[in-house]
Write a protein that binds this ligand. Structure first.
Ligand SMILES: Cc1ncc(COP(=O)(O)O)c(C=O)c1O
Length: 387
C-alpha cells in the first residue's frame, strides 16, 4: 500500500467495532438460535398499512419526496403530537421525516454540538449517541443511571454539567432497561436546564410502549422543555416495520432549521411510497398506536410469567419491548461471555447490557426482546427455564 495513503485508513471512530445488534443477530443466525437480541418483531406490519404501500407503489409515487417529508405525512405527525401530547407543531417547519430514528438522532446531534462542546448521555445509552457526538467533534460525557431501577440520579447529572455542556440526550421509554421517566423527572429536568444553554434530544422511539397505566412523558408535553428539544420517533417501532427505516423529528423552528441543514445532505429525503402509506394509515387507523400498550404489555406479561420457573430474575419492564433479566443465580460469567454462550450453547440470543455503558456497567443483566409471537416466547422460555 502507498504509505502516504495509509494514515487515512485509520478513518473516523477507529476504536468502534460492529454494533452489538449486528454481532448478536449474526451469531444467532449462525447458531440457529431464537433471536431475542436485536429489537425487531417477528410478526408483520398491519395488513391495511401494507395495502397502502402497494397502492402507492402502483399509483406511481416512486420519485423523490420533498426534503422535509411529504406535507400529508408531516400534517399527520403534527395532528398526532397535538392529540397525544397537546403540542402544536407547525408541519411546515417544525416536523421532518427521516430515514429512521437513527438518521434523526445523527442529524439532531450534528446540528446541536460541535468542537469544544460536551454532550451528556445517560448510561446504559443507546449505542449511536456516543459515536455521533464524537463525529460532530464534541465530547460525550457519560453519567450512569441509578441501578437497579435505572432512574436518573439528578445530583450526579447536575454535577456533570460544565460551562461547555450544550446537549443532554434523554431516552424514554429507555432501551435497554425498560425504565420510563415520570412527571417528577420532567419537573427535575425543567429545573436542571432552566437558565442554561443546554439543548435536549428526546429519543422517544418507544413512545407507544408504556405499561401499567403510566403515561409517556414526552418532552413535547412540557412547553418550556419542548422549546429547547428535538424529539425523535420511529415508525419502524410503532408499525412493526423496522426494516423500513422511517421516523421523524419534531422541534421548534429555530432548531429544526439547523436539523434540516444536516438532514438535506445526509439523507435528503425518505422513501416516497412509505410516506404516502403512513400518512393514510395515521389518518385512518389511529387505533393502532393507541392499542399498542395493551398489545405489548400482554407479551411482556407472558414472557415474565414464563420466566418465573427459571433462575433468571425479572422485574417487569415499565416500557419498550425489552425485558431485562438478572442471571446471577446461574453464573458469575460476564454478560458478554454469557450472552455468547446462551446463543451458541442454548440457542437463545440476548443482548449484554454492559455494551451500552462507557463506565461502571451492571454485571449480570441481559436484555431480551419480547416483540415476538407468543409461540416464539414460549420456545425461548422453555429453554431458559431449563438452564
Ligand atoms: C433507543 C433507540 N433509539 C433509536 C433507535 C433506532 O430506530 P430506527 O430503527 O427507527 O432507526 C432504536 C432502535 O432500536 C432504539 O432502540
Amino acid at each position: 500500500m502507498d504509505t502516504a495513503f495509509a494514515p487515512a485508513y485509520a478513518g473516523k471512530l477507529p476504536d468502534v467495532g460492529t454494533t452489538i445488534f449486528t454481532v448478536m443477530s449474526a451469531l444467532a443466525a449462525e447458531a440457529g438460535a431464537i433471536n431475542l437480541s436485536q429489537g425487531f418483531p417477528d410478526f408483520p406490519p398491519p395488513a391495511g398499512l401494507l395495502d397502502r404501500v402497494v397502492h402507492h407503489l402502483r399509483a406511481g409515487h416512486n420519485q423523490y419526496a420533498p426534503m422535509a417529508g411529504l406535507p400529508a405525512l408531516r400534517e399527520a405527525i403534527a395532528r398526532k403530537t397535538l392529540d397525544l401530547y397537546g403540542h402544536v407543531a407547525d408541519p411546515d417547519d417544525e416536523v421532518t421525516v427521516t430515514s429512521g430514528a437513527t438518521e434523526a438522532l445523527y442529524c439532531a446531534i450534528e446540528s446541536l454540538v460541535g468542537p469544544g462542546d460536551e454532550a451528556l448521555c445517560l448510561d446504559p445509552a443507546y449505542d449511536s449517541y456516543d459515536p455521533a457526538i464524537r463525529l460532530a467533534g464534541a465530547r460525550p460525557v457519560h453519567v450512569p443511571l441509578a441501578a437497579p431501577g435505572f432512574g436518573i440520579d439528578w445530583g450526579r447529572l447536575r454535577a456533570a454539567i460544565t460551562k461547555r455542556t450544550r446537549l443532554l440526550i434523554l431516552n424514554t421509554p429507555h432501551n435497554p432497561t425498560g425504565a420510563v421517566l415520570s412527571a417528577d423527572d420532567m419537573a427535575n429536568l425543567a429545573q436542571l436546564v432552566a437558565g442554561t444553554g443546554i439543548a435536549l434530544i428526546g429519543d422517544e422511539v418507544y413512545e407507544h410502549m408504556v405499561y401499567d397505566g403510566r403515561r409517556h412523558e414526552s418532552l413535547l408535553r412540557y412547553p418550556a422543555l419542548a422549546a429547547r428539544s428535538l424529539v425523535v420517533s420511529s415508525f419502524g417501532k410503532t408499525y412493526h416495520a423496522t426494516g423500513w427505516k422511517i421516523g421523524y423529528c419534531v422541534g421548534p423552528r429555530e432548531l429544526m432549521a439547523g436539523f434540516r441543514r444536516v438532514h438535506q445532505f445526509v439523507q435528503f429525503c425518505v422513501a416516497t411510497p412509505l410516506q404516502w402509506a403512513l400518512a393514510d394509515f395515521l389518518q385512518s387507523d389511529p387505533a393502532h398506536h393507541r392499542e399498542l400498550p395493551a398489545f405489548y404489555a400482554a407479551r411482556r406479561d407472558h414472557f415474565c410469567a414464563r420466566l418465573e420457573g427459571s433462575r433468571f430474575r425479572v422485574t417487569p419492564s415499565a416500557g419498550t419491548y425489552f425485558q431485562l433479566a438478572d442471571y446471577s443465580a446461574i453464573t458469575d460469567e460476564d454478560d458478554v461471555a454469557f450472552a455468547r454462550r446462551l446463543t451458541t450453547q442454548y440457542k437463545v440470543a440476548a443482548i449484554p447490557v454492559s455494551v451500552f455503558c462507557a463506565a461502571g456497567p451492571p454485571r449480570h443483566l441481559l436484555r431480551f426482546c419480547f416483540a415476538k409471537e407468543l409461540a416464539t416466547l414460549d420456545r425461548a422460555a422453555d429453554i431458559l427455564c431449563a438452564i
